[in-house]
Ligand binder design. Structure first.
Ligand SMILES: [Cu+2]
Length: 143
């Protein structure tokens, strides 16, 4: 049988709580990595979004939109999280749908849109010169 002194018990307790804190830190780091990965997939790589998630993360960076094509399902409301990572303002405009959302520099805005009719629409940035510089994308609303 092992006899522990009060001092040893105190040290055991401390190492247990250190192990617990270590576990929490590792857990938080892992969650951070997962979120960072999602951010990369959603915003920073140019490509296509999945069809009709309720919330679409849409990023502008280096004078371009994060995705060339955004796909929505007709008849479903959608929320855009517009995240401008540039140090200057952009906007999110779709003339056919009367969507005109300012995107302040280095800031994010969340905007809800009602359901829209099927079709193919043009997304662009209305800041002078930006559309010409490539800030154009396509919104596809599928039946
Ligand atoms: Cu712009």
């Amino acid at each position: 049988m092992q006899v522990t002194t009060p001092v040893q018990e105190k040290e055991n307790g401390r190492s247990n709580s250190l192990a617990l804190i270590g576990g929490i830190v590792v857990g938080v780091l892992l969650v951070g990595v997962v979120i960072a990965r999602m951010g990369l997939l959603n915003g920073l790589t140019r490509g296509e979004t999945a069809v009709s998630p309720h919330t679409i993360a849409y990023t502008t960076q280096n004078m371009q939109f994060g995705q060339d094509t955004v796909r929505l399902k007709a008849g479903e409301p959608v929320t855009f999280q517009l995240d401008n990572k540039d140090m200057y303002a952009h906007s999110f405009d779709v003339d056919e749908l009367d969507w005109h959302v300012p995107m302040p520099a280095n800031d994010a805005v969340v905007v809800d849109f009602t359901a829209v009719a099927p079709g193919t629409y043009t997304i662009y940035c209305a800041v002078p010169g930006h559309r010409e510089a490539g800030m154009v994308a396509t919104l596809v609303v599928e039946e």
